[in-house]
Design a protein around this ligand. Structure first.
Ligand code: DGJ
Length: 723
């Protein structure tokens, strides 16, 4: 998997090769990343060129332009003017670094990334390369880690900087990975959005200079996702070279593609340097978040499937394959107007429908009656719940249901009792009133006494009541960044320290309550990333629960994240965000192959809706064990305005399910054939809903007939079984 000869490292996965070369003076050069190639002497692939008006240097005796050389760990100030992977200031205060190879080691398993979520080993066929470099300017040591997951074509990278000098050093920029390519014939694919419209797909040609997506909001954000892909121009869902890169991190980040003056490309990912700097005393070290890279020779679809497999095999809680609850979340049912009486009536009405967890959302605590009051007062409102949660839980248990509860642990209300007791616990500048959003301030999670206090508050409820599930919400972006616990020259450490505090709190809660299932939410999908998925195996994908809008949101999300990570709830009509009316069947179909749940008031729905819930959940329970291990295929392009279709094929290819949903119909066509993917060509499959059997290759290439004229928002669900 990892080999070293002729000063060259070969990192091989089943389908990819990643090659690094050490120049004779110790500078690390990136040789190649792409389809697996035979290990061979790569001297011919040297890219040494000297151009006029550039800083030149002798690479292995050949005169070379630094700005043209593909570098594995690029720095500033030595002739490469593209995006640097690291900027460290030593005693001189200069931002010039010159890292040279010192030694390396290879070990079995993965790199550990202390304090941060990272890929676990869990399977064989994982090896790690650690390359140690030394900066001639500051004496800092850089440890570059490459964990190679052979079977799933994933390489996880991160960097540790150790201060080996006798003075303090300051890291003002650290990326977790850069990858250089010698050409720029790529499109960049990223996911943008806003509240209620998260993760729309954007595909653009590269322009010269930096093409960057980033967040400085203290969370990965609704507006961006810590992921991007480089796709060769011809690549689509099923064909072509595609490189995916994503961070296992939930805070401020930057990812981008820098197109240099020689049309060379540098892909990069790491912490957002605008909200970051870190001072290290002698012997101290800094660990960067992990970045994952994948290469697909079969288009965007395979890139997604590689990421999905990575989560299922190696990503913390996610890989433990927790039993996924089918929840009824009560937010859209009652909003803030929740009470024991209403929950009891709900329990009665859903107890026979197959739902297994009822989630009491916002409104159960303090004096909470709207979004502006009581945030952080984590005691039960006894006017609403006179028996605490005892009666509700008793009733749930009697009916075979579990109880889930909503929290927003990171925030504190402007008017809360909490802030009266601890006025200095929110993030604020010294003299200036902090920005309020949704009536909330942000707690300073850099301070351990604060995360400890929040832990105690949550634990007091979780240890008193049998609560199996929490929805961990975060409803605002961070402003006024800084912490009273940090001295002036450490203030830019705030954003990353906040994340470390948050991860450590979640860890503590998971350790104290190991069976607790946590769903992540951030005003819907404002913090959908691998960092959160490491602890919380599913994420509320969007506050927009309209089935038709959800198609695009789930489509974009599935580019990176597995379907079972995407909480998808069937909600009421007219939909609360769009006023749109769709059938129960279509709402169910849109949610069925994801983390299915409900977001409606069962006390006011009719018997036919109840029967649909029962049927949808029964079907979901029947197929979940194999769909959430299977291969996910998007069958339409992201910009198809008229319909959308997706499919899951079981690991052994013996079963498949496919969904077809019309967004806006077109006038009658002469025929309508639905073509699927990933089946076994020479086997026959019965298409249950049509009662016909066809060969795998007929279904994949000719397709099977579906209704010619489908109405707006109509949908179809197909199950296939190998005969
Ligand atoms: C935002 C979440 O996304 C919603 O589902 C709901 O929990 C509200 N917060 C409650 O305030």
């Amino acid at each position: 998997m990892i080999n070293f000869f002729n000063n060259t490292f070969y990192l091989n996965t089943s389908n990819s090769s990643y090659i690094i070369y050490i120049l004779s003076d110790g500078i690390l050069v990136h040789k190649y990343y792409g389809k697996r190639i035979k290990e061979q002497n790569m001297d011919y692939y040297n890219l040494y060129k000297a151009y006029d008006y550039t800083a030149v240097y002798f690479a292995d005796g050949e005169i070379t332009t630094m700005d043209a050389l593909p570098l594995e760990f690029p720095t500033m100030g030595r002739g490469d003017y593209r995006t640097p992977a690291i900027v460290v200031e030593g005693k001189s205060g200069k931002q010039v670094n010159d890292f040279r190879y010192s030694f390396h080691r290879v070990f079995e398993g993965t790199a550990t990334v202390p304090g941060l979520p990272n890929l676990d080993c869990n399977t064989e066929n994982v090896q790690t390369l650690e390359i140690i470099l030394k900066d001639r300017v500051t004496n800092a040591e850089a440890h570059l880690f490459y964990s190679v997951f052979e079977d799933i074509d994933i390489i996880a990278r991160n960097t540790v900087i150790i201060n080996k000098s006798e003075n303090n050093i300051k890291i003002s920029k650290i990326l977790s990975a850069t990858v250089d390519f010698e050409h720029s014939d790529f499109d960049m694919i990223s996911l943008y959005g806003r509240w209620g419209n998260e993760r729309s797909v954007e595909r653009i040609p590269l322009r010269h200079g930096q093409n960057v997506i980033s967040s400085c909001r203290g969370a990965s954000g609704h507006h961006s996702t810590p992921f991007l892909a480089l796709a060769e121009k011809e690549a689509n869902e099923n064909y072509g070279d595609v490189y995916g890169i994503a961070l296992i991190y939930s805070g401020d980040f930057e990812l981008g593609v820098d197109v240099g003056q020689f049309d060379n490309v540098r892909l990069f990912a790491g912490l957002n340097h605008e909200t970051f700097s870190w001072e290290l005393e002698p012997k101290e070290s800094f660990v960067s978040p992990q970045t994952v890279l994948t290469y697909s020779d079969m288009g965007i679809g395979k890139m997604s499937r590689n990421f999905h497999k990575m989560c299922r095999q190696h990503l913390g809680e996610f890989s433990k394959k927790p039993t996924r609850p089918v929840v009824l979340n009560l937010w859209e049912a009652f909003y803030f107007d929740i009470s024991e009486e209403k929950v009891l009536e709900t329990v009665k009405n859903v107890s026979k429908l197959g739902v297994d967890t009822i989630v009491i959302d916002d409104g159960w605590f303090g004096k909470r009656k709207n979004e502006l009051v009581s945030m952080g007062d984590w005691y039960i409102n006894v006017e609403r719940f006179p028996n605490g949660f005892h009666r509700v839980i008793d009733e749930c248990e009697r009916c075979g249901l579990k109880l889930g509860l909503w929290f927003e642990p990171e925030m504190i209300g402007k008017d809360s009792d909490f802030i009266k007791e601890h006025p200095d616990w929110c993030i604020k500048l010294n003299e200036i009133e902090p920005i309020v959003s949704r009536g909330e301030y942000v707690l300073d999670f850099c301070r351990e006494e604060i995360t400890d206090f929040v832990f105690e508050k949550l634990s007091s409820i979780l240890s008193k009541y049998n609560i199996s599930y929490i929805k961990w919400d975060m409803n605002r972006n961070i402003t006024d960044m800084g912490s009273s616990s940090l001295t002036d020259n450490h203030q830019l450490e705030f954003s990353h320290r906040y994340m470390l505090g948050l991860y450590s709190l979640i860890n503590k809660i998971k350790t104290a309550f190991p069976n607790l299932y946590i769903e992540c939410s951030a005003g819907g999908g404002g913090r959908f990333d691998f960092g959160m998925l490491y602890y919380m195996p599913q994420i509320w994908c969007s506050d927009n629960s309209d089935a038709i809008e959800r198609i695009d949101i789930q489509y974009g999300t599935s580019l990176v994240y597995p379907p079972e990570s995407i909480s998808s709830h069937v909600s009421a009509i007219p939909n609360h965000q769009t006023n749109r009316v769709t059938s129960f069947y279509t709402r169910g179909n849109v949610a069925q192959l994801f983390a299915l749940g409900y977001e409606l008031n069962p006390n006011i729905i009719n018997d036919s809706a109840k029967a649909s819930i029962f049927q949808q959940i029964s079907k979901h329970r029947e197929i979940e064990s194999w769909i959430f291990e299977g291969d996910f295929y998007r069958l339409t392009d992201f910009d198809n305005k008229n319909y959308c279709a997706w499919q899951i094929v079981s690991k052994d290819k013996s079963k498949s399910v496919a969904i077809y949903v019309v967004k806006l119909t077109k006038a009658k066509r002469i025929g309508n054939y639905f073509r699927l993917k990933g089946l076994q060509s020479d086997k026959n499959y019965k298409i249950e809903q049509l009662g016909i059997s066809l060969s795998g290759n007929a279904i994949m290439y000719a397709g099977f007939p579906i209704k010619n004229q489908l109405d707006d928002f109509e949908s179809l669900f197909f199950e296939l079984n190998m005969e």
